[in-house]
Design a protein around this ligand. Structure first.
Ligand code: NAP
Length: 305
């Protein structure tokens, strides 16, 4: 099968290669999925899990990409709950070969059914940004109606979902980002927008929850805005920053079937709009990832047309 692999961390995205790899086999409780569409987050290349397995052994050449939508073609020993021919979407294990490939073997529990009226491209755009937003807001951030959320990068892949879910939950959302993204963030539902390049973040006043996807100085300045009992939730830690009278949670997204189902239900009924910036084929994927063009939103690789 065709797959995009990396073998050397120092080469970055320039080191990606489209190669032939053996088709994967389903282990216990796995399924094999024929990938129709896949997502990719650039920072995967910096993660230790791209280069080593859970026993810290070199696992290169590693197939990149950890989110997908596709159709199940095989079940492993003991696998229940999903069936051959079923449409699914989900988040694959960071330490295993990924989804920028024609087939992937992964744990069945990391997948949810993809309803027939949701396109594979849309399905593949949801797992990482959708689950990150859901877990940051509700699991870690314990968001309540009436609270205020500072949603950084509100026009980006994660931030646009954070903005929409937080609004739906009854929060007041202050989105941030680049000047050019003001209207896009407001269209996703932000009540107001802070252009981090020109406006003063400090003018925002107190917030209950900061959802950080930027880090560095922005993270530090945001922590200072948190009200007593509030929280800084970051997807780009590590951080030593603690709000004066609140909590910091630095987390990595996890697969969750029930949450995936909640997210896709919102896509179907219009409560949530996905944020796809670019769709490429597997053949064009490496050129797309290496492009210097600014990408607004999620890049999805359509593996099968
Ligand atoms: N921990 C986890 O589990 C987890 C999960 C998902 C994502 N992440 C991480 O979260 C980050 C965001 O992911 P994403 O997929 O949402 O990326 P994205 O689509 O590029 O969104 C980030 C948004 O923030 C904006 N932004 C970044 N730095 C900024 C700055 N200094 N000032 C103003 N705007 C700025 C970006 O604008 P530009 O495009 O112009 O830079 C973009 O609109 C990435 O670092 C990713 O690796 C972590």
């Amino acid at each position: 099968m065709k797959a995009i692999v990396v073998t050397e961390q120092a080469s970055g995205t320039a080191g990606m290669k489209l190669v032939e790899r053996p088709e994967p086999q389903a282990a216990i409780n796995d399924v094999v999925v024929q990938v129709h569409a896949a997502g990719f987050v650039n920072t995967e290349l910096e993660w230790p899990s791209t280069w080593a397995d859970r026993a810290f052994r070199d696992r290169t050449p590693s197939i990149l990409g950890h989110e997908l939508a596709g159709v199940i073609t095989a079940l492993g020993y003991g696998t229940t709950g999903l069936s051959i021919g079923q449409r699914v979407f989900g988040l694959s294990d960071w330490h295993r070969d990924g989804t920028l490939a024609e087939y992937v073997a992964m744990e069945a529990r990391n997948l949810a059914p993809l309803p027939g009226d949701v396109d594979f491209t849309v399905g593949a755009s949801l797992p990482i940004s959708g689950l990150t937003a859901w877990q940051g807001l509700f699991q870690h951030g314990r968001l309540q109606a009436g609270q205020s959320v500072l949603a950084h990068g509100a026009a980006g892949a994660v931030g646009s979902v954070v903005t929409q879910l937080a609004r739906e939950a009854g929060a007041y959302v202050i989105g941030t980002g680049r000047a050019a993204d003001r209207q896009k963030a407001l269209d996703f539902g932000a009540n107001e927008f802070v252009d981090l390049g020109n406006d003063s973040l400090e003018d925002v006043g107190g917030v209950d929850l900061v959802f950080d996807v930027i880090g560095g100085d922005v993270q530090k300045r945001s922590a200072a805005l948190i009200r007593a009992g509030g929280m800084l939730v970051t997807a780009v830690g590590p951080t030593d920053i603690r709000p004066a009278d609140g909590l910091t949670i630095d987390f990595v997204v996890e697969a969750d079937r029930a949450q995936l189902s909640e997210i896709v239900q919102r896509i179907r009924d219009g409560r949530l709009r996905t944020n796809i910036g670019k769709v490429s084929s597997l053949e064009d994927a490496i050129a797309t990832f290496n492009s210097t063009e600014r990408r607004a939103g999620k890049t999805v690789i359509r593996v099968r047309s």
